[in-house]
Design a binder for this molecule. Structure first.
Ligand code: AMP
Ligand code: ZN
Length: 469
């Protein structure tokens, strides 16, 4: 498997730190609003990376944080007259709903910055002790970039160039900085802001320290993959490396992966430019599987321009796959038993070839665009060979193969129709009536209909109870 590593700017063979295991950290969103579809790109991309590792048999420990203390959260809290925690908890819950709709698996751990302050205080103290950080007159703690010889290795920047770029810019409140490239680890509170006690001042952490601390706590000092959008390369990830490697004396992450931007009119979609759509808005128009399919239709390192035409094309592509999957299910229901036919054997071989193509595409730095092409070839083969004449064994093979590949991309091939509570209750009543009339065939039929829609009935002494499976 080859992964493009931002550190070396080349595709490298993937070698895990521990055989069979992948430790991966993905920088998550700052939660002060609904996430926009630009934020959804890393979620979908790295969820797919995770799924592919799992498909290959790796045990993946996937950590993704929520940044729940930040100027924008505080500003929003002040606007609404509530505390910052209320804002962040609200949008974490909404973000999790969006993730579920996009079929993004929950991370193994979703740490929150505000719950990891102790670890941050420890790491900052350690950095001060080791001479990598210092305290300004007002209690601000800065990281001393000059103390970390490899500063700039990820973003391929050089400290002297960076310093000259900063020369004219003086940030108020940061006059005690030894060097303009030094960055904040801890800063004093401002009036009305949330704060924590610390040895230096009552205050709150800078942004970068949280990821170094959470990654270490949940995954260890060295991890396999650290990922996020390309805007995080500098300064966020560069600073994370400086903090972690200075504190731990070990390589922080072997591979650094960055997705390109989701653009709109060829400009980065962002909250600050105001040119964004939230995932929730898109969900009102489309099944979010369409959004997922759209995101994966391009390679993750290529910029992707959001447009109604491309969304329509994705909708059609998804539909083609789902129709093929439905055809397989329909024919499978009454397929004949018996040995697989020679023509079917041959088609199975062709299908295996498409699986290989799919895997080759994914092995080549997760080329989901080519992986989707392999799926379309499989779909075409299925449509032309699965029929009322096919054997059960053949259809099952084709169905499992298609589902297996779609699952890597997080594409759901079977859409379960939503059933309303009131409809369920009506059917249950009808079933009770049927049983009274000893029409057990109808009663069973209703039970099965509900089961197909994921509703499980339980006959208890107090009557019939139901739950969604
Ligand atoms: P933020 O909440 O701004 O920290 O962003 C959370 C994640 O979304 C980070 O990995 C960002 O790099 C990523 N991100 C934000 N905007 C975009 C965009 N337009 N395209 C792709 N990724 C983005
Ligand atoms: Zn981070």
């Amino acid at each position: 498997m080859k992964i493009f590593n931002t550190l070396s700017r080349t595709k490298e063979e993937f070698v895990p730190l521990e055989p069979g295991k992948v430790k991966m950290y993905v920088c998550g969103p700052t939660v002060y609003n609904y996430i926009h579809i630009g934020n959804a790109r890393p979620m979908i991309v790295f969820d797919t990376v995770r799924r592919y590792f799992e498909y290959k048999g790796y045990d993946v420990n996937y950590v993704s944080n929520f940044t729940d203390v930040d100027d924008k959260i505080i500003k929003k809290a002040i606007e609404e007259g509530v505390d910052a925690h209320t804002i962040s908890e609200r949008y974490i819950a909404e973000c999790k709903k969006d993730m579920e709709m996009m079929n993004v698996k929950p991370a193994t751990t979703h740490p929150k910055a505000t719950e990891e302050i102790c670890g941050m205080l420890d790491m900052i103290s350690e950095l001060i002790e080791k001479g990598h950080a210092y305290v300004g007159g007002d209690g601000t703690v800065y990281f001393r970039t000059r103390s970390f010889k490899e500063y700039g290795k990820l973003s391929h920047k050089n400290l002297d160039d960076l310093q000259s770029g900063f020369r004219e810019i003086k940030v108020t409140g940061e006059e005690d900085k030894e060097d303009p490239t030094d960055f904040v680890l801890w800063k004093p509170k401002k009036e009305g802001e949330p704060y924590w006690e610390s040895p230096w001042c009552e205050g709150r952490p800078g942004w970068h320290i949280e990821c170094s601390v959470m990654s270490k706590k949940y995954l260890g000092e060295s991890i396999d993959i650290h990922a996020g959008g390309e805007d995080l390369v500098f300064p966020h990830h560069e600073n994370e490396i400086a903090q972690s490697e200075s504190a731990n004396g070990k390589t922080f992450a072997t591979y650094w992966m960055h997705n390109a931007f989701l653009n709109i009119d060829n400009k980065k979609m962002s909250k600050s430019l105001g040119n964004f759509f939230t995932v929730r808005e898109i969900s009102e128009k489309y099944d979010l599987q369409v959004l997922r399919f759209f995101m994966l239709s391009a390679h993750y390192r290529s910029p992707l321009n959001f447009s109604a035409e491309l969304m329509e094309a994705s909708k059609n592509g998804l539909e083609r796959i789902r129709t093929a999957a439905q055809r397989q299910r329909d024919f499978l229901a009454d397929a004949r038993e018996g040995a697989i036919l020679p023509g079917e054997q041959e088609a199975c071989e062709t299908a295996r070839g498409f699986v290989t193509k799919f895997e080759e595409a994914m092995d080549d730095d997760f080329n989901t665009a080519d992986a989707i092409s392999a799926i379309f070839e499989l779909v075409k083969l299925s449509n032309s060979t699965v029929s009322a004449e096919s054997t059960k064994e053949y259809i099952s093979f084709m169905k499992e193969t298609l589902e297996k590949l779609c699952n890597v991309l997080g594409i759901i091939t079977e859409v379960k129709e939503e059933i309303l509570d009131s409809e369920i209750e009506k059917l249950i009543e009808e079933r009770q009536q049927a049983r009274k009339e000893k029409n057990f065939a109808r009663a069973d039929e209703i039970r099965n209909t509900l089961l197909e829609k994921g509703i499980v009935l339980e006959d208890t002494r107090e009557g019939v109870k139901w739950k969604r499976a």
